[in-house]
Design a protein around this ligand. Structure first.
Ligand SMILES: C[S@@+](CC[C@H](N)C(=O)[O-])C[C@H]1O[C@@H](n2cnc3c(N)ncnc32)[C@H](O)[C@@H]1O
Length: 265
């Protein structure tokens, strides 16, 4: 399942993004004999099965839409169960690049939440790599596991229902990502788990937390190259002769702190 449908044709059980316009978009799983209903009418899945992705479809009302293969972001936006704040794609992409992730790597994650960032991490290190995700809340472990399973990524993520501040089992990991409210509590276990020179990324929503974390990293003595970044994303409305910035935007998601493990001399 999930995003790994490499066939060009929609088959029974395929996931499909139905896109009518920039707002009316749905990710659905097509099933023989089933039907998709929305405020613009309905379409029987049997009319979609056998079509190529990219085809135009027509609803009972005459409204037209196109069918596409959903990306990871489409799944996270429209199918994921969200029980926590999740990492936005703009931040996730920047984090993945700055952690230097590639296929085969082993990564630590603290705070799996709904599993959105775990999905991006797993997608980057699969098939040979692994994500080791620590999560204190058992309800979040269940939600994240279900979401990852849906995407076909659960096999690349080892979720541990534990407080990472009490210790991390893994050693010689290639990178770490932390998304919890009190990241200074896990700085020591993260340090112990990483290979020298590996990068750790921390996502935090307030300036006060950034100040506290950065001071903690400096005082720790085992971290160098400490950087703080905030990313702003502005979408555009795209209409003929009227391409302009959208009136509304997400004003703030969080700050990202990066640091590299250095040897204590
Ligand atoms: C904001 S959510 C993470 C969201 C996640 N990054 C995503 O994209 O879906 C933070 C999670 O960290 C967990 N958490 C907080 N402190 C923790 C700790 N010390 N060890 C493990 N998990 C922790 C919380 O239970 C919560 O589920």
């Amino acid at each position: 399942m999930g995003v790994d449908n490499s066939s060009n044709l929609v088959v029974d059980g395929s996931w499909v993004l139905i896109a009518m316009d920039s707002r009316k978009r749905w990710v659905v799983r097509v099933r023989k004999g089933g039907r998709f209903v929305c405020d613009r009418g309905y379409i029987d899945f049997d009319e979609i099965i056998g079509l190529e992705y990219g085809s135009r479809i027509r609803f009972s009302s005459g409204a037209e839409a196109y069918i596409y293969r959903p990306t990871l972001i489409d799944f996270i936006d429209r199918v994921f169960t969200r029980r926590s704040q999740i990492i936005y794609p703009k931040d996730a992409a920047y984090i993945v690049v700055n952690l230097g992730l590639r296929s085969g790597m082993r990564v630590l994650e603290v705070g799996v939440g709904s599993g959105a960032m775990a999905s991006y991490l797993a997608n980057a290190v699969m098939p040979g790599g692994r994500v080791y995700s620590y999560e204190v809340r058992d309800d979040m472990v269940s939600v994240a596991s279900r979401n990852l399973e849906l995407l076909g990524l659960l096999e690349y993520v080892v979720i541990k229902n534990r407080d990472a501040a009490e210790g991390v089992d893994e050693r010689d990991l290639d990178a770490a990502f932390v998304d919890i409210g009190d990241p200074w509590r896990v700085v020591d276990p993260v340090y112990e788990a990483l290979k020298p020179a590996s990068v750790a990324g921390f996502f935090i929503p307030t300036v006060n937390q950034v100040d506290r974390l950065v001071r903690f990293l400096w005082d720790h003595g085992g971290w160098g190259d400490v950087r703080v970044v905030e990313l702003l994303e502005r979408g555009y409305d795209v209409r003929e002769n009227a391409i302009r910035p959208s009136t509304r935007m997400v004003g703030h998601t969080g700050y990202i702190v990066f640091a590299r493990k250095r040897l204590r001399m």
